[in-house]
Design a protein around this ligand. Structure first.
Ligand SMILES: Cc1cc2nc3c(=O)[nH]c(=O)nc-3n(C[C@H](O)[C@H](O)[C@H](O)COP(=O)(O)OP(=O)(O)OC[C@H]3O[C@@H](n4cnc5c(N)ncnc54)[C@H](O)[C@@H]3O)c2cc1C
Length: 406
């Protein structure tokens, strides 16, 4: 990389420009609590117990972590967040984050809700550049495992899987008709084969004239760069665009412990450096083939985001080229999102929404992710503190860099 031309993510005044002082203070409180392992543990188990016993903690959660990490309980309630982000040229990806809908009725309801996000995006393409769904919101996990195992279906399983395919088709065809690109999230490796198969059937159907359906590639998996290359070869042979969301992968501990328990080879790279290397190789591969690929880089890693801007410029690709998007989660890595958007890159934040109780698993994962390791403040907390002190002292200056990189 050429260090002199690199985009800087250090300007916290840009990063938090969409937050009032009150909102920044609230963020400080939230990240301070989750930063301390003991406090975080006490707070999360208190919240779990309170929900289990129906204690009145809903409004407290709603006014704190929920407000920080989510758009609202419905699409309508997320409007204010969509507008706020759009004011800074940051797009929204409405993420219906209800987990554990385990019945056919629940799966149908989730499919309808995702279609509502497509309808919403159709009316507001400039603020909502993508929609997203998880297959486990539409299908039973055990059924997907069975699909991947290629064991024969029972009669009931066959009809259940037909209904899953019908839901996926309904969502993707609506996205196609509405000209709204859609992302399919990646999940556990023991069902990812089933997700991939459906994603490629949908791409073959809807990606001929433009990239609508995007599959996710988790680069913490040792086989994933090869999978990406094979996916491009197939797309090229079948003459459709390959929609790619590149991420590192969120389920490492689960993957490793299942592999150990069941005695099969761990599918995850041996260490973080190997994942970083593969992720950046994946970005390079996508740029080398950008004529046939639409890329969403889903990462909070500063180096990877800088690396992508750097290789874009080497390939002579303009920051606002519609084939390349940067994406982060609402309430995290605002220093990356808002500084990229200010420099003219295409940026969109995942904006989770759904009833408070139903998004609790998502919120607990965010808390765990931001809990301190080895007594250091999390990157988010450092950035928030730098910005609070900048505002207090009235300094227009840039912050000290608050984080490492790869
Ligand atoms: C917009 C967006 C969409 C996302 N969508 C998905 C999705 O569909 N599916 C999904 O699984 N995740 C998804 N994620 C989460 C993502 O996979 C990562 O877990 C998260 O973003 C942290 O990785 P990072 O690139 O931000 O950077 P970093 O914080 O630098 O990397 C952390 C990641 O590195 C990897 N890692 C850490 N330690 C090791 C180790 N010892 N050995 C090997 N690898 C290691 C893990 O993947 C870990 O999550 C998404 C993230 C974003 C921002």
């Amino acid at each position: 990389m050429n260090p002199t031309n690199l985009i800087s993510f250090d300007d916290t005044s840009v990063a938090f420009s969409y937050k009032s002082n009150q909102e920044l203070n609230k963020a400080n409180l939230i990240f301070t609590v989750v930063n301390y392992p003991f406090l975080s543990k006490v707070a999360t188990s208190a919240v779990k117990t309170a929900f289990a016993f129906h204690l009145p903690v809903r409004s407290l959660i709603r006014a704190t972590v929920f407000e920080h990490f989510c758009g609202g309980e419905t699409i309508e309630q997320s409007e204010q967040t969509i507008r706020k982000l759009a004011g800074f040229h940051v797009g929204t990806i409405l993420d219906y984050s209800v987990e554990g809908a385990k019945s056919e009725e629940g799966f149908d309801k989730t499919a309808e809700e995702i279609i509502s996000t497509v309808e919403k995006a159709k009316k507001d393409r400039s603020s909502i550049p993508f929609c997203v769904f998880k297959l486990t919101g539409l299908a039973d996990m055990e059924l997907l495992e069975k699909v991947q195992s290629k064991k024969p279906f029972t009669h009931d399983e066959r009809s259940a899987f037909e209904r899953v395919k019908e839901r996926v088709y309904r969502i993707c065809s609506r996205a196609f008709e509405s000209d709204v690109p859609i992302l399919i999230d990646a999940e556990d490796s023991w069902i990812q084969g089933a997700i991939d198969s459906l994603a490629y059937v949908m791409m073959a159907e809807f990606n001929h004239s433009r990239p609508i359906v995007h599959n996710t590639f988790q680069m913490y998996r040792a086989d994933m760069l090869t999978n990406l290359k094979v996916a491009l070869r197939t797309a090229t042979e079948k003459k459709y665009y390959l929609g790619v969301k590149l991420v590192r992968g969120a389920y490492m501990e689960k993957e490793r412990s299942r592999a150990l328990k069941l005695g099969y080879p761990d599918p995850i790279n041996a260490d973080k450096a190997a994942t970083d290397e593969l992720f950046n190789q994946g970005l390079s591969f996508c740029l080398e083939n950008i004529e046939k690929i639409s890329l969403v880089c889903g990462s909070h890693n500063e180096f990877s985001n800088q690396f992508l801007t750097d290789i874009m410029s080497r390939h002579g690709i303009k920051p606002d080229d519609k084939r390349i998007w940067f994406s982060q989660l609402l309430g995290m890595s605002d220093n990356i999102s808002f500084n990229l958007a200010k420099a003219g890159y295409n940026v969109a934040k995942y904006v989770p929404y759904g009833p408070v109780e139903a998004v609790m698993p998502y919120l607990l994962r965010r808390a765990a992710e931001n809990t301190s390791v080895a007594g250091q403040s999390s990157r988010e907390l450092k950035l928030i503190r730098i910005e609070r002190s900048r505002r207090k002292n009235g300094h227009p200056a840039l912050s000290q860099s608050a984080s490492g990189s790869n």
